[in-house]
Design a protein around this ligand. Structure first.
Ligand code: ATP
Ligand code: MN
Length: 462
């Protein structure tokens, strides 16, 4: 007999038919004569209730079925007599795949703290909350590919090990096969990378953008979707040292086109979640964040505010808020400033543009004022920055001047500069932090709880 997933069984219940389900026991209650066993197989937030007449089964088997154990159940699907479910299974055969000792099973009781569940990340998938989060995470990954595929973007795989350290000097993880106890050195004491695996210094990527641009300037519209790594020591609820990023890069887009795409893209993803993850979202709305569904619908229904960094600084300066970090033209905005604009001042998502060039990357298109660049940050309620992007500087002379001003390793960038020497074109792109999106869509409050195995400073257990 073929196994039926619980999701399928509940969507189109064939009453009176014999079914086989397999899953993990969430709860068992009852008395000497009858047992009610709630089984979940991960396909849906909903459990199926198994009703077992204890007289039909071995006494030891019944004893061994407890929270966390794994069973296969054959039986007849019938209308439920009790409250809380429409259908249930009258068990005729039960096979115990794996016991779960009630004394030592960490998830024996309900209502554990998020911290406790993080320490038990290997088991937390079995809770309702994390089941919902990771089903939604899957749905969002799928929707991202769907969105770009429908629009004719090509999925480009940019390298994870990179020989360029132009993006995030200082916050990169080294990749090496050198013997760390015996590091070869040059006469001046610097490390001699010539004998290392690649014959040069290499790192884990902090962004696929530079390579993405190479793709866009030939394929037209591309996106990357892969892991990125930042060795920054920021222990916040919004930073991981290993996270996933989606980076579309488009030829012939200016900053307005870029903003239009970013807004349309995140709205598509939210709409997709509302349409396809309804039960999981309703669960999270009830248990985690009572304003979740309202917030998702609100973002869908409203245009994002678009304004310049300079205008935003004026608003922040005029507010009576007490800031932890000072506000002033030329300073980078902190999460507290971003969230004030979104949550208190405008009460909706905001896209800020035209930041001072000193606080942004070398590749952003320079404005005629000589002070600002065509950057855009998309700011979201509860999150702060969810997207960072820009129109790229396509002019070779301006780009090289900026690279020299910033004392960047010009000769390592020869391949990037080639795009500006041979058939350059106006183009734009942005990076969406996948986990920040999942935070927003699930209403979870810590980024460690929306990635299966979070990597943060001093934490790489699993
Ligand atoms: P922040 O100021 O919040 O640290 P950033 O300016 O460093 O962000 P970008 O370099 O523009 O971010 O990266 C693009 C996107 O990647 C960000 O908008 C954010 O969604 C996400 N992101 C950046 N750093 C992290 C991180 N450490 N963990 C998770 N997501 C991140
Ligand atoms: Mn950062």
């Amino acid at each position: 007999m073929k196994r039926t997933k619980i999701k399928e069984l509940l969507i189109t219940p064939k009453l009176g038919s014999d079914v086989l389900v397999k899953g993990w026991v969430r709860t068992k209650r009852g008395n000497r004569n009858i047992a009610f066993i709630a089984v979940n197989d991960g396909s849906t937030i909903n459990n199926i209730q198994v009703v077992a007449d204890t007289a039909l089964f071995d006494e030891n088997l019944m004893k061994d079925i407890s929270t966390g154990s794994c069973i296969a159940v054959k039986g007849r699907l019938v209308e439920s007599q009790g409250q809380g479910q429409h259908v249930e299974i009258n068990a005729s055969e039960i096979e115990l795949y794996g016991k779960s000792d009630a004394e030592t099973y960490p998830l024996q009781k309900k209502g554990h703290s998020m911290e406790f569940l993080r320490e038990n990340a290997h088991l937390r998938f079995r809770t309702n909350t994390f089941g919902a989060v990771f089903r939604i995470r899957h749905a969002m990954a799928f929707a991202i590919h769907n969105y770009f595929n429908e629009k004719g973007f090509f999925y480009l795989h940019t390298p994870i090990i990179t020989g360029s350290d132009c993006e995030g000097a200082g916050e990169m993880f080294h990749v090496t096969t050198m013997d760390l106890k015996n590091i070869p050195r040059n006469n001046d004491g610097t490390v001699d990378f010539k004998t290392d695996f690649y014959g040069k210094e290499t790192n884990l990527t902090v962004s696929g953008q530079l390579e993405g641009e190479l793709g866009a300037l030939a394929l037209g519209e591309i996106y990357t979707f892969g892991p990125t790594f930042r060795a920054e020591n920021s222990n916040t609820p919004r930073h991981l040292s290993e996270f996933w990023m989606i980076e579309p890069e488009m030829a012939f887009y200016d900053l307005d086109d870029n903003m239009d795409l970013a807004e349309d893209f995140v709205k598509y993803l939210i709409r997709y979640a509302l349409q396809n993850c309804r039960e999981d979202l309703e669960f999270l709305n009830n248990m985690i964040d009572k304003a979740l569904l309202e917030r998702l619908n609100f973002v869908l229904g409203n245009d994002f505010v678009r304004m310049t960094y300079t205008e935003a600084v004026e608003i922040l300066k005029a507010s009576s808020e007490k800031w932890e970090y000072p506000v002033g033209w030329g300073r980078d905005l902190q999460a507290e400033h971003e969230r004030y604009l979104v949550e208190k001042h405008f009460k909706r998502p905001v896209i800020l543009t035209d930041y001072p060039k000193e606080i942004k990357a070398f590749y952003m298109k320079q404005n005629d004022d000589g002070k600002t660049v065509r950057a855009m940050d998309v700011l979201f309620p509860g999150i702060g920055e969810i997207i960072g992007g820009s129109q790229r500087e396509e002019n070779y002379d301006k780009l090289i001047t900026r690279i020299r001003e910033m004392k960047m390793p010009e000769k390592d960038l020869w391949w990037y500069l080639d795009t500006r020497r041979f058939g350059t074109a106006p183009h734009s792109g942005f990076g969406l932090g996948f986990e920040r999106l999942i935070l927003f869509v699930t209403g979870m409050s810590n980024i460690r709880d929306v990635i299966p195995f979070p990597r943060t400073p001093k934490n790489a257990e699993f």
